[in-house]
Write a protein that binds this ligand. Structure first.
Ligand code: ZN
Length: 343
């Protein structure tokens, strides 16, 4: 069942029955209640502040609204999801309670699907970032070697976790799965990213369209939503994990849009033009799946040097904060195709 994922055979092994506590519902005859705790692979040292990052957990659930009516509190670190008379409570520590399921099989399927949805919201034991950030190109530790959070599979209720043996790159995975615009969930995601990056280019050129920044945020959200649907709905884990790079790209572009928004309030959008150009070249590399382009790394170093000089001269210039944010995220995007993925 671990191998087949959420769509696997609807049988429950004895091992699972031991870990998940299932009992008849007191309030509703014929229904069951299940409680369990999701954990990472025991070989990984979990973060002291919980399994999931509360903000990202809420953001992820907001993006996947189709799973039901979601109430999520980042402050309390708890979420409540209701759908078709079923109620699912989940805490940032991974404690999970499901009420109103038909039977044990349905309960386990529901828990597994939720665990896949929230996988990227878990805190990576290697670097302390959330999983989605590890796979955005933004985390140096998890860029050079495979992120252990993603490698060990989604948080689960079993002691035994999935483990990938092989390794590939985002570029190779894009090739293997032949991701093309508008085709399946990742293609849908790509089409939204195309739209977002087109709008970003217009803002950087000083020719923004109406309500550009909100439109960029909307496109990016739609792209991330489709990528999350890919992670949850794809049968085998090997194909599902490519979705993380797409959600990660959404995080990068969203931060760039945020920086552009701040700069536009200061009437200095053009200051980020070089960073945007680098981000768009990086996106093109992701899009075309060509091999690594060393010129992009050189360009980043040059721009970083210019930035440092400016900072030495005028450390109080607020626009520098936001140009740096745009520039760093441009770097993340430009190295995304070479990021390691489990296989
Ligand atoms: Zn990581």
């Amino acid at each position: 069942m671990l191998k087949d994922g959420v769509e696997g055979p609807r049988t429950v092994s004895l091992e699972e029955a031991r870990v998940v506590y299932v009992r008849p519902c007191v309030s509703e005859a014929g229904k069951v209640t299940a409680s369990t705790r999701l954990t990472l692979d025991p070989a990984l040292q979990p973060a002291p502040y919980g399994l999931f990052d509360a903000d990202t957990l809420c953001l992820t659930l907001e993006l996947t609204r189709h799973i039901g009516d979601v109430r999520c509190s980042p402050g309390l670190g708890t979420a409540r999801i209701t759908r078709d008379n079923r109620t699912l409570l989940v805490s940032k520590d991974g404690i999970l309670n499901l009420r109103g399921a038909e039977d044990k099989d349905e309960a386990i399927d529901t828990i597994r699907a939720l665990s896949r949805t929230l996988w990227g919201s878990a805190v990576c034991p290697a670097c302390g970032n959330v999983g989605f950030d590890c796979l955005s190109g933004g985390c140096t530790e998890c860029f050079e070697s495979l992120c252990p959070l993603i490698k060990s599979g989604p948080p689960d209720m079993l002691e035994k976790h999935l483990g990938f043996d092989g390794e590939t790159s985002v570029r190779e995975a894009l090739d293997r799965q032949n991701v093309t615009s508008h085709r399946e969930k990742l293609g849908e995601s790509l089409a939204h990213f195309d739209e977002a990056t087109r709008r970003i280019a217009r803002v950087a050129e000083g020719k923004p369209e109406n309500d550009s920044l909100n439109a960029i945020k909307k496109d990016t959200k739609s792209a991330m939503r489709a990528a999350l649907e890919h992670i949850v709905g794809t049968m085998n884990y090997r194909d599902a994990v490519l979705g993380f790079a797409f959600v990660g790209l959404g995080f990068d572009l969203d931060r760039i849009a945020h920086a552009l928004g701040e700069l536009s309030h200061m009437k200095h959008t053009s200051k980020a033009a070089d960073a945007i150009e680098l981000a768009l070249k990086g996106y093109e590399l992701f899009r075309t799946r060509r091999g690594p382009d060393p010129k992009l790394a050189e360009r980043y170093s040059a721009l970083r040097g210019i930035w440092s000089e400016a900072y030495t001269r005028t450390p109080d210039d607020r626009t520098l904060v936001w140009t740096l944010k745009a520039l760093e995220n441009a770097l993340y995007i430009s190295r995304l195709p070479e990021l390691r993925l489990p296989s």
